[in-house]
Design a protein around this ligand. Sequence first.
Ligand code: BT5
Length: 264
Amino acid sequence: MDEQAVARAFRLAHFEKLGSTNDEALARARAGDPGRLWIVADEQSGGRGRLGRTWSSPAGNLYASLLLLDPAPPLHLSELGFVAGVALAESVRALVDADPRLGIKWPNDLLFAEAKLGGILLESTPLPGGGRACVIGIGVNCRSHPDNTPYPATALVKIGDAALAEKPIGPEHVFRALSASLARWLEVWAGGKEFGQIRVEWLKYAAHIGRTIQIVRPNGRIEGIFKSIDAQGRLILTGPQGEKVIEAGDVFLNAPPSDDSKAM
Ligand code: BT5
């Protein structure tokens, strides 16, 4: 897709500061925005992660949310996180010279050398006139990252190899590449008809396949070997008792065992 086509693919609203780009996108959808709109902020005062967690959002990093109206039948909407994950990995891959330490942690955190470089927050809301608005919120650490997170964090500036030193790693550059890549992968996905193609691409970036992982969920932890993801993007875990399909949770390598741990 050429630059002009990318420019036509989406509209863009840019802010110096917002509470959360996802909140702004959801509010605009409720107010009647037709969708295919990027909301980008230089910094956020109330950046959010999943399950009400905080996303550290100082200036210097990318905070962007794409609003889409009814992008797919409801059963396929959760696949959008994987479409975004593939687009995000592809756009950052070019910046890190295809370094194999770049990966995606299920469901769709961007990792570099086992540390979190970016995250994706997918949200949706019913619209007053019918239909659903979906928002893909993406944060990428370009110039800084928080310390003391349960999963270690990193930023593009820290990767610091010689090749990267020559690359533009500011949020505006990451955003341009991401927007082009997401436009392309949304077309490939075709509203869920071609999730199989997204799945194949996602698996190329998947971190931890074949390794023993712990999945932390609100109702406890479960341990097993990460085999693959299924046709809906759910994680397939194998253990002595066979296979288990996991819909949601946080993946850890070598998380310290605790009383509620349960091996499969
Ligand atoms: C995510 O949540 O990874 C989704 C993050 C999505 C952020 C974007 S920014 C644009 C848009 N607008 C928003 O308000 N949000 C989206 P989760 O998997 O729940 O990870 C959250 C956890 O990651 C936190 O509890 C921290 O431990 C850690 N964390 C917080 N800020 C971080 C950062 N900048 N980099 C790495 N880890 C971080």
